[in-house]
Design a protein around this ligand. Structure first.
Ligand code: NAP
Length: 248
């Protein structure tokens, strides 16, 4: 499909779920992939597996909510590879509760990882991408950031914030040939949706016109496209991938 030979890509939240699938897809297209999360053991396994399969990858342990951690990740990547072509800000968490019961700490934590984490990544990588006069930034939001969801005020706010942040920065970086796009997935089969009660899940699936929950690869292939040279005229956009759930 799309070729990313000689490119260097950083994928956050690559230890499992959607991020792991993105790391696989991007590395199969020829890029070197830096897999990022807080769990060294999981990252080591994923990176070793990709290398054993003949692809090129390394890993870096980083808490995306900490700017100095993210800066170290970018500095380390630039010192090893001299460039960063692609940054996928995928790491995210949920801490669900109705607003009346939501502790302030759960609000702060979700905003810190899901929104500030994306800010940290964009801020840390921008200088290098501007120098290169080339870059692809892809942020993973959610349909919850578009339509809301009861019990997810913190998550919805963080994901809506990611969409606004991406649009603003896309306008700032466009003159340097850096594109910034956002993907808003619907329900995707990962650990994040595992905790939803079966009855609630069944109701949710009835609302999906394509009649199935999404797979991590449904998101990963779209990331690959947005990361490719072929997508060079697309910036500031939000691509919803939800089986038609929010097609209004
Ligand atoms: N699954 C869905 O239905 C769905 C729908 C819409 C949007 N999304 C979004 O898609 C993204 C991936 O979701 P997923 O379903 O794949 O979730 P997941 O299976 O829970 O994986 C989340 C990833 O984020 C990493 N992570 C969490 N906090 C981090 C931090 N502070 N610093 C660095 N890494 C961190 C986790 O690694 P460690 O815990 O090892 O650090 C893990 O690799 C998230 O942004 C999520 O909001 C998911």
């Amino acid at each position: 499909m799309f070729k990313l030979k000689n490119k260097v890509a950083i994928i956050t939240g690559a230890s499992r779920g959607i991020g792991k699938s993105i790391a696989q897809e991007i590395s199969k297209s020829g890029a070197h992939v830096v897999c990022v999360s807080r769990s060294e053991g999981d990252l080591l396994k994923i990176s070793n597996k990709l290398n054993d399969e003949g692809f090129s990858s390394s890993f870096f342990v980083c808490d995306v909510s900490d700017f100095s951690d993210f800066k170290k990740l970018i500095d380390d990547t630039v010192s090893k590879f001299n460039r960063v072509d692609i940054l996928v800000n995928n790491a995210g968490i949920t801490k669900d509760n109705l607003i009346m019961r939501m502790p302030e700490s759960d609000w702060d934590k979700v905003i810190d990882v899901n929104l500030k984490g994306v800010f940290n990544g964009i801020k840390a990588v921008s200088r290098q991408m501007m120098k290169q006069k080339h870059g692809r930034i892809i942020n993973i939001s959610s349909i919850v950031g578009l339509i809301g969801n009861p019990g997810q005020a913190n998550y919805a706010a963080s994901k809506a914030g990611v969409i606004g942040l991406g649009k603003a920065v896309s306008k700032e970086l466009a003159s340097r040939n850096i594109t910034v796009n956002t993907i808003a997935p619907g329900y995707i089969e990962t650990d994040m949706v595992e905790d939803i009660q079966e009855t609630v899940k069944e109701d949710l699936f009835k609302q999906i016109p394509l009649g199935r929950i999404g797979k991590p690869s449904d998101i990963a292939t779209a990331v690959l496209y947005l990361a490719s040279d072929e997508a060079g005229y697309i910036t500031g956009q939000t691509l919803t991938i939800d089986g038609g759930m929010t097609s209004f």
